[in-house]
Structure formats: structure tokens, C-alpha cells
Design a protein around this ligand. Structure first.
Ligand code: PMP
Length: 450
């Protein structure tokens, strides 16, 4: 009953001949490191829909890995980009200020500053660059070298960032030596509590574990930073217990350690709040942002308290960082996230929409758990949702997850795995309730086919 323009016919005769031909050329000429989970070659997009080169239209529950906040080709974003590109596309923020990036910084810090606290912004082009900037700043500021990160984490693929990354070994094998003085500790996953603990106590258990390292393994006064995803992304879309991040803050305060929250995947409204840490009563010292900032244009940001951003003039920079065209897209994205500009069917703001549509999807998936016992866990916040597949004994079932992912794709739903046995649901934040229903219908059919 929905208007055709917003709810197109899903066609799933995949892969078509043009898709196949491009995939063959891609396999000939592009980096051998690229993954191709299923045959899809985009041609154009509109809203939450992507059409491939053969004319198959898919519902996008993946958003280019949690990037396309405002969907595809949002008219407000397109207009902002067009206007800026006709003015200038590059001068170099390292050497000259540009108003569009200055005002973007002012807008971003408004979402984090508390009374009496001032923050500053460094702009890069990718998540990994924001993470590199964060580690460099924390080391430079503290004069200490050690960094603590978490198992299951993902922080990027440059040398510093892969060292911090604590998930798959394929990211590290054959690339060493990596950065020295990095230690990984468990992430408090309530569904699979680490350190022999329980769902409720796993946050405290991780805190105790870190403190035990300070007694026997790493001198606390050599630790520059702890970096953590307030909600873990690539590791399986995991939400920590409510007490954990405030306790981590207290631990950092006790030992003079800089607390870095990597919000690259869960930030920018995806969780239903601007930053995912805002679901907890906690304030970090540094925040890294990328992915969702500019609806797909490459820009990243490292936000830091002014008291921490003490590195000297000229000590860090990036030729393209804070690019004005990407900054224009970021402004337009923020207009929609904050509700300054509305989007049909999405309530007051995209942030509110993410919260309400996300809750609806999670409620519906939890109902499906009764029907499909292999759905071990449904978790998340807003449109940052993880669906974990389990074997009858409760252990992760990655093979079944892979089959489910393909079955969803074949029925017209773009989706992406994460963790050992999780499908992440990370659609554009313009997803309406009706579009969510369509996605859930496809998921149910796909799950029933297993
Ligand atoms: N941090 C987090 C939490 C991420 O999810 C990612 C990307 N998946 C990165 C950093 C790295 O971002 P990029 O790929 O843009 O370098």
C-alpha cells in the first residue's frame, strides 16, 4: 500500500550479466585483499534502496558499513556538495582555515562539551587516521608510551590502528613488527562474559583485570591511553553493561590515563544518540569519528578536550583532512541528524528515528527468537543492532550466520556479518517503520528457509 517511489519492487535475479562481467574485471585488476561476500555491483541509489547494474533493487541494511547516514543521494546532501564544489574543493586546512570546516568543528563539539569544558577538533579522512591522531596525541600529551585496547576491537588498518585492533589475526599476519607497548584486555560482552564472570559482573571483572596488570605487568604510570569502542562494532555489535564505562573512567582518572572512545562505527546518531557513550553516564578525553559523519564523503574527526590537545604547532596534519566538500556533506548530514531539516516519515530528527525504528526492529527480532532458536541474542541501540547465531549448545554458529546472510541477500536485503556469528543491522538512519517492516519480512523468510 506504500507509494511505489518509496517502496520499490524487489527484484532478485542475481547476479545479472553486467554484474558478472564487472566482477570478473574487478577480480583481474583490483587488490587481492578485497572481500566479495556476495555478487553485487551498485549502479545508483535512492534513500534506503540500491539498484545494481542489472536493475536489481535491494533494501540496504548495511549502509556501506554504517556510513550512509542519510541514505543514498539525499537531496539535501547532494545540494550541499554541489554548492561547495562550485566554490572550491581544496586549499589545505593544515595551512589555512576554511569557514565550512571551522563551523563543522563548532557544531561537533556542541554535542560533547559540558559546562566549563572546551573541546577542539582535528580532521582527517578515515577512521584509521582519527585513531592514529588519537594515539599520537595521547602519547604526546602524557609523555607515556603504553596503550591498552580490547579484544574483539577494530580500530583500522594503518600500523598504529592494526596494532590496537584486537579482532581477526588476518589483519596482522605477515605485517609485523607492529607498534610496541600495546596490550589487549577482554571486552565486557554480557552475552559471552569474559574472565569466568557473569553478564552482570563482567564490567567489574574487566576493570579488575586491567588493575591487576598494573600490579604485575605494566606500570600504570607508563600507560598513555585506554582506547575502547563504547559499543563494539566489528567484534559483534556488543553493548557493555551499564556500569562498565563509568568505572573505566574512574580507573583512568586514578592513574592519569587518557580515555579514548572510538565512535567511528556507533557514533553520529546511529545508536539513537549522537555518540554511543551518551547512553552511559561518562565523558571521555578523546573521541574518534568517521563513517557516518558525511553520508559517505570521506572525512573523519578526532575530538579532544582542550586540556589534552597540547601538541605543538606543525606536529600533526593531513593534506586532505577536513576537505571542504566533505565538510559540506557533514553539515547537511548534521542538519538531518539534529532535525534542523526534516525527512519524510522520520519524526523530529534522524537521531530520534534511529532510536524508535531501532527499538521496533529489536522488538520484532526478539519475537522471532521464539520461532528460530538459533537466534541466540538480539542486542544493540538504535540502528546499531547485532543478531547472533548459535548452535544448540549455545556456541557461536558462524556457518549458519553465513547461510542466513546469503539467504537474506538473495531475497533482496543487503546485509553484513561481524564478530564470529553475528549479522549486523546498520541501515541508513532514514529507514522508516514501513521500510523496516519490509526488511524484517525478508529476514523472516530467509531465516525460515534455513
Ligand atoms: N574504528 C572503528 C570502530 C571502526 O569500525 C572502523 C572501521 N570499520 C575504523 C576505526 C577504521 O575506519 P576506516 O576504515 O575508515 O579507516
Amino acid at each position: 500500500t506504500l507509494p511505489k517511489a518509496r517502496q520499490p519492487e524487489l527484484k532478485t535475479t542475481l547476479p545479472g550479466p553486467k554484474t558478472q562481467a564487472i566482477m570478473e574485471r574487478d577480480a583481474q585488476h583490483l587488490s587481492t585483499s578485497y572481500m566479495r561476500p556476495y555478487p553485487f555491483v551498485p549502479d545508483h541509489g535512492k534513500g534506503v534502496w540500491l539498484t545494481d547494474v542489472d536493475g536489481n533493487t535491494m533494501l540496504d541494511f548495511f549502509a556501506g558499513i554504517a556510513v550512509s547516514t542519510t541514505g543514498h543521494a539525499h537531496p539535501h546532501v547532494v545540494k550541499a556538495v554541489q554548492e561547495q564544489v562550485t566554490k572550491f574543493s581544496h586549499v589545505c586546512l593544515t595551512d589555512y582555515p576554511q569557514e565550512i570546516t571551522t563551523s563543522l568543528a563548532e557544531r561537533l563539539v556542541k554535542h560533547v562539551e559540558k559546562p566549563g569544558e572546551k573541546w577542539r577538533v582535528f580532521f582527517g579522512n578515515s577512521g584509521a587516521e582519527a585513531v592514529e591522531a588519537a594515539i599520537k596525541l595521547a602519547r604526546n600529551h602524557t609523555g607515556r608510551t603504553h596503550v591498552i585496547s580490547t579484544l574483539g576491537s577494530f580500530h583500522g588498518r594503518t600500523y598504529g590502528a592494526i596494532t590496537l585492533t584486537g579482532s581477526k589475526t588476518k589483519y596482522k599476519r605477515g605485517f609485523g613488527p607492529l607498534l610496541p607497548n600495546v596490550t589487549h584486555v577482554p571486552y565486557p560482552n554480557p552475552f559471552r562474559p569474559p574472565l569466568g564472570s557473569t553478564s552482570e559482573a563482567c564490567g567489574q571483572a574487566v576493570i579488575d583485570h586491567i588493575e591487576s596488570l598494573f600490579v604485575g605487568v605494566i606500570p600504570a604510570d607508563e600507560v598513555a591511553a585506554i582506547i575502547i569502542e563504547p559499543m563494539q562494532g566489528e567484534g559483534g555489535y556488543i553493548v557493555p553493561p551499564a556500569d562498565f564505562l563509568p568505572k573505566l573512567r574512574a580507573l583512568c582518572d586514578k592513574y592519569g590515563i587518557v580515555l579514548i572512545f572510538d565512535e567511528v562505527q556507533a557514533g553520529m546518531g546511529r545508536s539513537g544518540k549522537m555518540f554511543s557513550f551518551q547512553h552511559f553516564d561518562v565523558q571521555p578525553d578523546i573521541i574518534t569519528l568517521a563513517k557516518g559523519i558525511a553520508s559517505g564523503l570521506p572525512i573523519s574527526a578526532m575530538l579532544a578536550k582542550e586540556s589534552v590537545m597540547t601538541w605543538p604547532v606543525g606536529s600533526h596534519g593531513s593534506t586532505f583532512g577536513g576537505n571542504p566538500v566533505a565538510a559540506a556533506a557533514a553539515h547537511a548530514t548534521l542538519d538531518l541528524l539534529e532535525g534542523e531539516v526534516g525527512h519524510p516519515g522520520c519524526g523530529e530528527s534522524l537521531m530520534d528515528n534511529a532510536a524508535s525504528v531501532g527499538t521496533y526492529i529489536m522488538d520484532e527480532l526478539r519475537k522471532m527468537q521464539a520461532e528460530f532458536p538459533f537466534l541466540g541474542d538480539v542486542r544493540g541501540a538504535g540502528l546499531f543492532i547485532g543478531l547472533e547465531f548459535v548452535k544448540p549448545d549455545g556456541s557461536p554458529d558462524g556457518k549458519l550466520r553465513d547461510r542466513a546472510s546469503m539467504a537474506m541477500f538473495e531475497r533482496g536485503l543487503l546485509n553484513l556479518d561481524c564478530g564470529e556469528a553475528v549479522i549486523r543491522i546498520s541501515p541508513p538512519l532514514i529507514l522508516t517503520r514501513e521500510e523496516a517492516e519490509t526488511g524484517l519480512k525478508i529476514m523472516r523468510e530467509a531465516l525460515a528457509s534455513l
